[in-house]
Design a protein around this ligand. Sequence first.
Ligand code: HEC
Ligand code: HEC
Ligand code: HEC
Ligand code: HEC
Length: 229
Amino acid sequence: MKKVFILLAAVLFIAAGTAAFGAISTTPHNLTLNTNPVYTSSSTATLCGFCHIPHGGNTAVAGLPLWARQGQAASFYSVYGGGTTLAGTTVNAPGANSLTCLTCHDGTVGVGITYKNGVAATPYTMTTNTGGHITGNGALDWAGYNSDATLSGYNPVIGGSAGDDLTNDHPVGVVYTVGSAGLGTAPSWAKLYSSRVECASCHDPHDMTNDPFLRAPAATICQGCHSTK
Ligand code: HEC
Ligand code: HEC
Ligand code: HEC
Ligand code: HEC
């Protein structure tokens, strides 16, 4: 009995250890995994290193999380609704935790290019698997996929053909105001940044439990915030 217990404890310990490394490593955001849509075979690339850096991170915008990438300035983007929602709430320029995503997802910056202290590192050579949506390397990598028409339903490029178009996307840079647009008290999973909704309010870039990288199941995520609609 004692042996069984020890064995069980060991199994639980190993399972816990695996879970700690589980979240992002099996997702399309592990750009070092050769079964993913886009990846590199470079032996110097690290999983976290495509987005984060321990020293020399991007400080252009307050709130960037030790960011190893550079992208466009916030003012580059055209915002939803010409700057106001139907309820009259201001739609500000995208904040830090939208700009993070856009350093890859606006289609203007090659995913293989990382930065330290504002200086570009030698780009990683990226490879595309069948079903992946990137060709070539360097800047404008995703350009061939900017046209929504080329992909049915799924398009990793959010910024449109010039990369700057957020006008047809759910507002970001918008203050979460209870009572506006049927919004209830913000659910605990919704991560607000200075009371604002940004890309990472709905998406957790480390976790595909709710495909695609959502903080709540796709079927109910809208009602989570718009709870009185
Ligand atoms: C594809 C890009 C990407 C990769 C790869 C990535 N992260 Fe992040 N990470 C982000 C973004 C964007 C944020 C800010 C959004 C947020 O609040 O979660 C963030 C935030 C964080 C935070 C602070 C927020 C929190 O959860 O408390 C930590 C810590 C973190 N990441 C650790 C890691 C580690 C460790 C790895 C590698 C195992 C990693 N990340 C890989 C994009 C990435
Ligand atoms: C280092 C570049 C990089 C950053 C930064 C990044 N992504 Fe991604 N993301 C990718 C790549 C590459 C893919 C896979 C694209 C493909 O299918 O070809 C992807 C896929 C996705 C998908 C689709 C997943 C699926 O398979 O259905 C979502 C959603 C997504 N990212 C959201 C985000 C959000 C939100 C952020 C910021 C919080 C972010 N990403 C930051 C590179 C990045
Ligand atoms: C209000 C919540 C919300 C916000 C804010 C949001 N997304 Fe999404 N996003 C979703 C949902 C829900 C889906 C899944 C849609 C589907 O499957 O049809 C999605 C899908 C995606 C996809 C997959 C490709 C596609 O066309 O479905 C990408 C990439 C993505 N989001 C990136 C972003 C980026 C970058 C931002 C910020 C500019 C952002 N998202 C802001 C809710 C959000
Ligand atoms: C994290 C919370 C959150 C989630 C999740 C969320 N929204 Fe929103 N949504 C907001 C906020 C904040 C506003 C701005 C409200 C205002 O006008 O004050 C908004 C505004 C809107 C608007 C009004 C736009 C306008 O022009 O007035 C629509 C429509 C909308 N959301 C649809 C959706 C849909 C569909 C989903 C699910 C895919 C969704 N929302 C998920 C927070 C959220």
